[in-house]
Design a protein around this ligand. Structure first.
Ligand code: FAD
Ligand code: PHB
Length: 392
């Protein structure tokens, strides 16, 4: 068995793991990343698309914002289509100048991977049978790569291995509590090289269900449809997707919609999920390993970034100043922000989706709430403040 030593072993090379690696590298803290998939697989996953300003600032701090600055699209507002009308939420005016940036998670991941390669930092891709041991005392990570067994002896483990990872699953069940809500529908997403239907994102509430018109650039669009969980992606031809999207849009957008061949199509289930606490001795959970939000509020990737902001700072304080304060406060600080984003994502999902089990009364109340939010300055401000991201 090969034995390696490092300060921080990072499990998972998604945005959380890669960003933590980059921030630790900048601070001169030795670390190794262990990822179960191949580099190509990780770099090609199509997921989130909206970055909060605090996430953009963190990527700048990590020195990986060159492409983001050149290709990211700043957005100062979003549209909500309901009651057959579009209502603009002026994010920037309602939040004293804040905005969001359209820049795909795929691009964030690629930028971080390139930076990592250029700095010659150590990563193991295609790691099999990854296990973490002894994390209340002297942590170790074991795995098999290219047929050889490897052990990493480390001081801390960062569990950045997503919802299906092994880090959360390795915590004894009496030390962890989880909170979960599963929604009775999913999002069918399509990516296509066609210009977006509008300059801004359109969140659509319709009798036929929710839809979202998003984008990755001026020439690449990302659209989603709420679908029952029983739907299969194979049953959705491109034509069927575009037809259904048109049925959920207003006449003007329907007219403007440019359709084309899809380059990716998938169904994602919707879930709210939180783990408490987020630290177990010398193991920290971050990003999707610790919490999941339904994508309606565009918070998943941004929450992962805020966990990493707290975790990198805690580790830097520990290694540079010998202070354990950040480490001890990590879980509490993260969870405070996590629950607020969970609430917002749940609320947006509840407000904009069609629930089959909803009574007529509940439906009327929901429409009244939406009407109140859109017609009142206080209501629009609440939405905008949460959408652009709450402060760290
Ligand atoms: P992940 O991106 O899941 O990365 C975890 C990494 O750990 C993966 O590379 C995985 O291969 C690796 N790993 C897992 N198990 C092991 C193991 N045993 N050993 C080693 N490595 C392991 N958010 C939004 O804001 N908007 C969206 O539109 C949106 N769409 C989404 C669509 C889908 C299908 C999914 C799954 C998520 C979506 N999200 C979205 C959420 C967002 O993508 C996540 O919040 C974000 O990817 C979290 O990053 P992460 O690094 O914490 O986890
Ligand atoms: C996306 O572009 O993928 C996207 C944008 C906003 C969301 C969710 C997904 O709320």
């Amino acid at each position: 068995m090969d034995i390696l030593k490092t300060k921080v072993a990072i499990i998972g090379a998604g945005p959380s793991g890669l960003l933590l690696g980059q921030l630790l590298y900048k601070a001169g803290i030795d670390h190794i990343i262990v990822e179960r998939q191949s580099e190509e697989y990780v770099a090609s996953r199509i997921r989130a698309g909206i970055l909060e300003q605090v996430t953009v600032d963190l990527l700048e701090q990590a020195g990986v914002d060159e492409n983001l600055k050149n290709k990211g699209l700043p957005h100062s507002g979003i549209e909500i289509l309901t009651f057959k009308q579009k209502h603009r939420i002026d994010l920037t005016n309602l939040t004293e100048g804040k905005q969001v940036t359209v820049y795909g998670q795929t691009e964030v991941t690629k930028d971080l991977m390139t930076a990592r390669k250029n700095s010659g930092l150590q990563s193991f891709y295609m790691a099999q049978d990854v296990r973490i041991n002894n994390f209340y005392d002297q942590p170790e990570v074991e795995f098999v790569v290219d047929g050889r067994a490897v052990k990493i002896e480390c001081e801390f483990i960062a569990g950045c291995d997503g919802y299906h990872g092994i880090c959360r699953a390795s915590v004894p069940s009496d030390q962890i509590k989880t909170f979960e809500k599963v929604y009775p529908f999913g999002w069918l997403g399509i990516l296509a090289d066609v210009p977006p239907v509008s300059d801004e994102l359109i969140y659509v509430q319709s009798e036929r269900g929710f839809a979202l018109c998003s984008m990755r650039s001026h020439t690449r669009s990302r659209y989603y449809l709420q679908v029952p969980l029983t739907e299969k992606v194979e049953d959705w031809s491109d034509e069927k997707f575009w037809e259904e999207l048109k049925n959920r849009l207003d006449p003007e957008s329907r007219e403007k919609l440019v359709t084309g061949e899809s380059i990716e199509k998938s169904i994602a289930p919707l879930r709210s999920f939180v783990t408490e606490p987020m630290r177990f001795g010398k193991l920290f959970l971050a990003g999707d390993a610790a919490h999941i939000v339904p994508p309606t509020g565009a918070k998943g990737l941004n929450l992962a970034a805020s966990d990493i902001a707290y975790l990198s700072q805690a580790l830097i304080e520990f290694y540079h100043d010998g202070s354990e304060k950040g480490i001890n406060e990590y879980s509490e600080k993260c969870l405070k922000r996590v629950w607020k984003a969970e609430r917002f994502s749940w609320w947006m999902t509840h407000l904009l989706h069609r629930f089959e089990t909803e009574t007529e009364f509940e439906h009327k109340i929901k429409q009244a709430e939406l009407s109140y939010i859109l017609d009142s300055q206080a209501g629009r401000t609440t939405l905008a403040e949460n959408y652009v991201g709450l402060p760290y």
